[in-house]
Design a protein around this ligand. Sequence first.
Ligand code: ADP
Length: 345
Amino acid sequence: MKSLRVINLDKFFGETHALDHVSFDVAEGEIVAVLGPSGCGKSTLLAVIAGLEIPNAGEVQWDGKSLASVPSYKRGFGLMFQDYVLFPHMDAFDNVAFGLRMAGLAPEVVRQRVRETLALVGLPGFEKRDVNTLSGGEQQRVALARSLAPQPQLLMLDEPLGSLDRTLRERLMFELREILRRLHQTAIYVTHDQEEAFAVADRVVVMDLGRVAQIGTPQAVYSRPASLFVARFLGLDNLLPGKVGKDGDQFTIETPIGRLSTFEQGLGSVTVLIRPDAARLDGQGELQLEGSLVKRSFRGNTCRAVIETNGVRLTFEFLSNAPLPAEGERVRLSFDPAQAIQILR
Ligand code: ADP
């Protein structure tokens, strides 16, 4: 199994600690997204893995061997950037053939590989097209074909869909995942966009200020954010200050919306996350909350409602056909605490 191991990487630029003890693995055929806000170290991480930057400490291993003495061009890794810049004076064929010719492959092999790769990215027969006449999405596919054609052991994509409009981005992220899966391509996908990371990746590495904040499947990261930073970054904004105390044998949390019971054992100050998708309107949950519905916004399948209670505003998501009252009216919500409440320290 040819897998990538990133072990305790440290990288400084002057005073900036761009990578701070970063460790994670990418298994053969796995797509791992590196997700985080601008400046958290994503591009630096790719540059170190690619061999374009030398780390101050730590190691990158491929297939169990250190890459420290392997120069960039001998690593067999492919890169695709947001600013992909196709060669404007070459047609689609020559753009995709570029790396293959550099590798010294025979013309017949090059022709065959370019044809197959263009078909794979959904551009069959585009060989002779002048790349200046292609749409943004088509150019992106040619760029993807160019990085896939040399059959890299590891493909690294840095914000590959960043410059496209929303509709196109959404379509391409699903297609991209399908293409990478079909090839069983080992890949690292860098993005600041959680939707993209969740749609494309098998696992996500969330980064904050050069450090790994959480690693897990998209489902695991979204359902159990490991820290306040991850929760906020994922748009989970129903965060309340809480104080854990004890009431007989039962641990409780005092919050601005009342006293909640908890399984949490440690006493002291915490942050309470109330999941936006866990509110019920059928009154069946153990925990009750009443407030006024400040704002409703229609979002297609779902509807978002802002509810104010005890001076605190919380946002919840419901199915669009849920029987919500009108704006300005009272609403009674209930929750199953085990699903709805999470304690962050
Ligand atoms: P991201 O890709 O997540 O936006 P980067 O890896 O580009 O983050 O940057 C991480 C940090 O390192 C930032 O604070 C950035 O300003 C700094 N940095 C990156 N490259 C350099 C460089 N060549 N010289 C100095 N600082 C750098």
